[in-house]
Design a binder for this molecule. Structure first.
Ligand SMILES: [Zn+2]
Length: 686
């Protein structure tokens, strides 16, 4: 289905949110982390990016250079919308040719539609007709232009029948296209290409609008001879056999599907129903049947976990189909590489990844290839979610650290491009870093809001397509505040924070004052990352975890604890994608260049809590006061003889010195720091 209203992606404006200092006492110590090695499917490419594709594909690719092209915006026609594909296909193995008839149901989006253009590569049409009338057409390059015999106004629908044949192409140096594989004997269409730009590969085997922004439904009929089974999208409606013994498998997908998610696989398959879940059938090459039970043992648990997180599986059936190349999230019929049929659950991460795609990528497709992280980053994060369901929080963190963060950080020197419109679509920035972005968003939002946002995004855009701005909007609905700052720094810019941190403590009566310091010094991406960060302050037999809001190049955070600190851990649960190093002395590098400065309160407007940041180059006497528009003093937030140098935050809860909630409206906050006076405005909205 074609998407008509396409929002722009998030504006680059930075919106800060509430800076909070949260203290939770006595969190239990974490279990020691196991070390998991990055799996063998990671391979460093020529540019330093890590290609994440199965072994068989790497063998096929050889040692070519990685592509470096950015995507052009996906273009779907404004004048018409394909509603349905009816494909009759006969792959002829003896000649490696494909004979096809495609009947496209098309709806006009304009008044006076006189023709359509479709994508079709290398295959040659012999006739095009509408209701029995021959239509004139031309094929130039990959574009097929068809003149209609009558005009259609908005909403008018018609069906055109295209008879075509030829030798289907495969992508040069990549894995996409239509294949006649000799070992194991399989006729197979792979929906995306490695090098093609855009990567959609529907045009390699049928005519259509080959872009993710135009989804449709489909009926696919595949002829086979001998003991072969054809597997495709949706439900198997019928298998008929003619007088010569040729079979036709009819598959029907009544849900919207993008052309790159359509696929057929023809081979000597055994259909193995899952005994635990009647929705699931495995189509396995006959000689791989002994490995099927062990390989797919955890699939019902995977399905149950994702359904518990994201709602019922959205389609009529689910299959893994063994194919010589994979793995690929073809809708309802995931292609699973024969090379990964180990007979064990060793490749559960890949199975989970492709199953997660059925919600993220298939149910909600990205509108445009520049947004491919909405599919691949989410599917990669799905791997960690499945591990969490199997191994708990510690297993989840191990997976994020070793399988998502490590492959990115290990090559981060060359992986400086953003997740949005990436230089390379199939690498670590989109997959692993994209997954880590969701991990960090979960930290920012909290579990309840995060998973509610994931579900809200799915519900709003089900069976359609979306862009990052749509996902951001779903998150902001649950979060209750702008997340533009988060998406700006993590999606639309490259890099990651490079952090020096430190701590020191001094006794203070019965307590200890702890100063926690952060200096950011990354050369790539935002000069300053804004993120919540945990410090774990450890004493004898006790500890405290403090969450600070990192939002300046140089910051120190004062904390008071009731025990003598013996050590401090920065980001102990590894929520943040960063390079962090402990420096044993105070924060010396990036002292403020002005004696004192007052910053904008965050958030603003606010209700009921905001925080006022200020910076001191040297210790100073400081007062922070709130005034109404008439200049009357409303509240004294701070009046201290000496405040340490560094960055500080003062919260205000909208309450006056008399303990009363003040009314909505504009207020002014004034800082007097040594010789410096600064005043700023803020807006309380009740
Ligand atoms: Zn994927």
């Amino acid at each position: 289905m074609k998407r008509t209203n396409r929002p722009h992606h998030a504006p680059f404006a930075l919106f800060a949110i509430l800076a909070l200092l949260l203290v939770s006492m006595g969190a239990p110590a974490d279990a020691q982390a196991d070390v998991i090695r990055p799996s063998e499917r990671f391979r460093v490419g020529e540019s330093g990016d890590v290609i994440r594709i199965p072994a068989r594909v790497i063998e096929m690719r050889g040692g070519g250079d990685l592509p470096e092209a950015l995507s052009a915006p996906t273009v779907c026609p404004d004048s018409f919308d394909v509603q349905h594909y009816e494909l009759h296909l006969n792959p002829v193995r003896s000649t490696s040719t494909l004979e096809g008839t495609a009947i496209l149901t098309i709806e006009s989006s304009i008044d006076g539609l006189t023709g359509v253009q479709l994508d079709l590569r290398d295959l040659v049409a012999s006739s095009v007709s509408r209701a029995g009338n021959a239509l004139t057409f031309a094929q130039i390059g990959d574009v097929m232009t068809i003149d209609l015999d009558t005009t259609y106004d908005t909403g008018g629908t018609f069906a055109i029948e295209i008879v075509y044949s030829g030798t289907p192409d495969t992508e040069s140096g990549g894995f996409g296209g239509f294949w006649f594989f000799p070992f194991p004997v399989t006729d197979f269409s792979m929906g995306v290409g490695l090098n093609a730009n855009p990567p959609s590969m529907g045009r390699y085997w049928f005519p259509g609008v080959d872009a993710p922004c135009d989804k449709a439904t489909c009926d696919i009929y595949v002829e086979t001879n001998g003991p072969k089974t054809a597997v495709s999208n949706g439900a198997l409606i019928s298998v008929t056999t003619d007088s010569t013994g040729r079979k036709t498998h009819h598959w029907q997908e009544t849900h919207q599907i993008a052309t790159y998610l359509m696929s057929i696989s023809v081979a000597k398959y055994t259909a193995i129903p899952d005994t635990a879940n009647p929705l699931i059938t495995y189509y396995v090459h006959n000689d791989l049947v002994p490995q099927a039970a062990g390989t797919f043992a955890n699939v019902p648990a995977m399905m149950a976990h994702f359904e518990s997180l994201f709602g019922p599986y959205p389609y009529d059936k689910f299959s893994y189909v063994t194919t010589p190349i994979g793995d690929m999230e073809h809708q309802t019929c995931v292609s699973h590489s024969t090379a990964l049929m180990s007979g064990t659950t060793a490749n559960d991460d890949i199975l989970a990844h492709e199953l997660m795609h059925q919600w993220f990528g298939d149910l909600v497709t990205y509108d445009d290839w520049r947004e491919v992280w909405l599919s691949e980053g989410f599917a990669t994060y799905g791997e960690a979610l499945f591990v969490e369901s199997q191994s708990g929080a510690a297993g989840y963190r191990n997976y994020v650290t070793n399988q998502l963060m490590a492959p990115y950080l290990g090559n981060a020197g060359s992986l400086t491009y953003p997740i949005y419109d990436p230089t390379f679509k199939w690498g670590t920035v989109v997959y692993e870093k994209g997954g880590v972005v969701l991990h960090m968003l979960r930290k920012v939002m909290g579990d309840t809001a995060f998973f509610a946002a994931m579900n809200g995004y799915l519900t709003t855009h089900a069976f359609s397509s979306a862009v990052t701005g749509d996902f951001q909007a779903a998150c902001e609905t649950e979060y209750g505040s702008s997340l533009a700052w988060f998406f700006n720094e993590w999606i639309y810019q490259g890099g990651h924070p490079v952090i020096d941190w430190t701590w020191e403590s001094t006794p203070s009566g019965p307590n200890w004052d702890v100063s926690l310091g952060i200096v950011q010094s990354q050369a790539v991406g935002p000069a300053v990352y804004e993120m919540p960060v945990d410090f774990k302050i450890v004493g004898a037999g006790t500890d405290t975890t403090v969450t600070v809001w990192m939002n300046a190049a140089t910051q120190s955070f004062p904390v008071t604890v009731s025990f003598e600190p013996t050590s401090v851990e920065f980001d102990p649960l590894n929520w943040l994608l960063d390079e962090a190093a402990f420096v044993p002395t105070g924060v010396a590098d990036g002292a403020p260049t002005v004696p004192a400065s007052l910053e904008s309160n965050r958030p603003n407007p606010f209700n009921p809590l905001t925080a006022i940041p200020f910076h001191l180059r040297a210790p100073a006497r400081v007062s922070i006061t709130i005034h109404d528009p008439a200049g009357r003093l409303v509240r004294t937030l701070l009046d201290a003889e000496q405040v340490a140098s560094g960055s500080h935050l003062v919260p205000w809860d909208g309450v006056s010195d008399r303990g009363e909630d003040v009314a909505s409206g504009v207020y002014f906050y004034r800082m007097l720091a040594g010789e410096t006076i600064e005043t700023r405005k803020m807006h309380l909205v009740r």
